[in-house]
Design a protein around this ligand. Structure first.
Ligand SMILES: *Cc1c(COP(=O)(O)O)cnc(C)c1O
Length: 665
């Protein structure tokens, strides 16, 4: 991801954070054990909130494994992981479940159909998938194949994207919506699509595109279908609200719109103006904003019809939100409406408004991206190591103990609920004092280490006290975090979850197995890049952001796997090569009706030599130079010819290997 995007999104983020005025709350302790003391899969189901954010696709089996469910059949993710390992596909892996993508396309189309039927709306619904949300060929091809029964089309914002649309769509009559700046080549590609039987619409984003469209159409003798993007003035909440409103970089102002109508009239082409487009923003949290935005769009539509435009499509853009947190609220990365409410509200608003105006009901187009694709991809990685902040065994006091250590020991005598805040402050005071004396050379390394150890021990005991207290003093809120373990995950945040870093996006994260055991640890997650930003310390809690994630203790000689869910939208191609960690392995599976699954496709991630060539190294040349260095070492007697052989083999094998942490065989 480029720096400009990062800073723009950071800015957007800080403004929304300021507006919402909320900050992360203290982590909730894990639900209490059941009376018989046994932790069950159901406890984990509630703790991690599968039913809150999973959209009916994810659950937990009785034996404690995460399941993915479609077609009334479900598959355990751990089985898929084992299948990958048997095929020598190492972690991390991006797992795509094709049926979930299919199911989302079906749900979207069916929800609009049913809203249209129940309101007696006279037009139909046509969805288009915005390619930019996930451009991977497997994804786009699956949408084209499965979507053809609904004539689901594509939204293209660039020449590469219209080329993708043209080479994957098959069903004549499917929509191709062309947004973005269009040069003559783009326009000619679009006109050729019309010849092929697609309904390819040029959405005019700026006045300067009009002469090119007219000129290309005259030259080729193909009549264009023109759409126009308008700026709505309604203010929309959420991260991406700047895509709408007065200062939106896209869309025509009202005076430009009037000019466009006049130009088309003059050119005898007003009948080509068939679509009105708006995009209120992405991930719109509040259904009220959608309703008021649409009401405004309807006004434009009605007046353009009165001006003589042959409008038949109303394109409401994207914005259908994903409930990443499962909170069902307008706060954070959530939404306060369901898919069916979204469809009902749109259809209802359009019907009543157009009935009032006495205008025929248009075909409804939406460009849902993230809601279509988010659920179908899961990032799975193993944990390679952990760091805990447990005190080691405390030694009994020695005769000539440093007074500072004795003062710290005195704190224990005071440790009770009434004095917990005081003890916490004292522990910090003496720990800081020990560090200061160490810096000044007045305390040696061993004494400092005793002080740090007592500090940790005190904090653990304070945490245990606080866990049972009804009202925890607010100053103690940092406590959970200072004692949290660090779990090192075999992945790169920058490559696989770029929005976690750039815009503090929350994704649900859970272990994918062992869920019938109580997760007794509290942890933050670090990736294996050596960047201090490569960490996750904000998680989806039951009602709010929490700072630590409940996880299981690692077991010797056993892998521990975590899944990051709902990562299908935007994460794959926005990722970058930070520390030269490359693309992960990708596996696409299809769940079958009998509850098994097929590996539809697997793609090896980048090798080290792949990522090096992306930054303009020449692996062949690197091998050559390395060989020369090794040969010189032989010549100068540092190694034998046989050792040279081994050293060169190691180098060459590494070049061909995976960029992530690999287990020794
Ligand atoms: C990005 C974008 C979309 C997709 O928005 P989602 O919120 O992901 O559904 C749709 N239309 C336009 C014009 C876009 O720029």
């Amino acid at each position: 991801m480029n720096a400009a995007r990062k800073s723009a999104e950071k800015a957007a983020k800080s403004s929304t954070a300021a507006k919402s005025g909320k900050t992360a709350k203290k982590a909730k302790p894990a639900p209490r054990r059941r009376h018989n003391g046994e932790w069950t899969a159901k406890n984990s189901l509630d703790l991690y909130g599968f039913e809150r954010w999973g959209n009916d696709y994810f659950s937990v089996s009785e034996d404690g494994n995460v399941t993915a469910r479609t077609l009334n059949a479900s598959v355990q993710l751990i089985d898929i992981v084992n299948g990958m390992l048997e095929r020598d596909l190492q972690m991390p892996v991006l797992l795509r479940i094709e049926n979930i993508l299919d199911a989302q396309i079906k749900r979207l189309n069916m929800a609009f159909r049913s809203a249209i039927e129940s309101h007696g709306y006279q037009g139909e619904y046509r969805g288009v998938y915005p390619i930019k949300v996930n451009q991977q060929s497997q994804v786009v091809e699956e949408i084209a194949a499965f979507g053809s029964r609904y004539k689901h089309g594509f939204e293209a914002g660039s020449k590469p994207e219209i080329i993708v649309a043209l080479s994957t769509l098959e069903e004549p009559g499917s929509l191709i919506i062309c947004n973005g700046y269009k040069d003559k080549e783009f326009i000619e590609l679009g006109l050729s699509a019309i010849k092929l039987g697609f309904v390819c619409v040029f959405v005019v984003e700026t006045p300067s595109e009009i002469p090119s469209i007219i000129e290309c159409s005259r030259r080729t003798g193909i009549e264009p279908i023109i759409g126009v993007r308008i700026k709505t003035t309604a203010n929309v909440g959420g991260h991406w609200n700047s895509t709408s409103g007065d200062r939106s970089v896209f869309g025509l102002t009202t005076s430009q719109l009037v000019e466009l109508v006049d130009t088309l009239k003059r050119e005898n082409m007003l009948h080509c103006l068939q679509l009105l487009h708006c995009h209120l923003g992405s991930q719109i949290p509040d259904i009220k904003d959608i309703r008021s935005g649409i009401t405004e769009v309807c006004r434009f539509y009605a007046d353009l019809v009165n001006e003589g435009a042959a409008l038949k499509y109303i394109d409401l853009g994207g914005g259908l939100a994903v409930d990443y947190t499962g909170w069902g609220s307008t706060y954070g990365q959530s939404r306060n409406y369901s898919l069916s409410e979204y469809c009902e509200d749109i259809v209802d608003t359009l019907k009543s408004t157009f009935d009032d105006y006495g205008i025929a009901h248009p075909t409804i187009v939406t460009e849902s991206g993230r809601a279509t694709i988010a659920y179908s991809s899961i990032l799975i990685f193993n944990v390679v190591d952990t760091t805990t902040f447990e005190p080691t065994r405390l030694q009994p006091p020695s005769k000539d103990e440093h007074p500072l250590i004795s003062s710290m020991r005195d704190i224990y005598g005071n440790l009770n609920e009434a004095h917990v805040q005081e003890c916490y402050n004292d522990a910090h005071f003496y720990r800081n004092e020990a560090r200061e004396l160490f810096r000044r050379g007045q305390l040696d390394l061993r004494t400092r280490s005793v002080a740090e150890n007592i500090f940790l021990d005190l904090l653990q005991k304070i945490a245990a006290l606080a866990d049972n207290m009804k009202r925890v003093p607010s100053d103690l809120e940092g406590l959970t975090l200072s004692l949290a373990d660090i779990y090192y995950g075999n992945f790169s945040l920058f490559q696989s979850l770029p929005d976690t870093w750039a815009i503090d996006q929350l994704f649900p994260i859970t272990p994918i197995h062992r869920l019938n055991e109580e997760p007794t640890r509290r942890a933050v997650i670090a990736d294996i890049t050596c960047d201090s930003d490569g960490k996750i310390d904000r998680f989806v809690g039951e009602e709010d952001v929490v700072k630590v994630l409940p996880l299981h203790e690692l077991r010797a000689n056993e892998e521990y796997y975590l899944g990051v869910f709902l990562v299908g939208a935007y994460q794959e191609t926005l990722g970058d090569l930070h520390n030269l960690f490359g693309d992960t392995n990708v596996v696409s599976v299809r769940i079958t009706r009998d509850g098994s699954y097929e590996f539809v496709k697997e793609m090896q991630g980048d090798s080290i030599s792949d990522v090096l060539s992306y930054v303009e190294y020449y692996p062949k040349e690197m091998q050559e130079r390395h060989r020369n260095t090794a040969e010189r070492a032989v010549r100068e007697g540092r190694i034998t010819a046989r050792e040279r052989q081994q050293i060169i083999k190691l180098f060459n094998d590494s070049l061909n290997g995976y960029t992530y942490f690999e287990k020794e065989e």
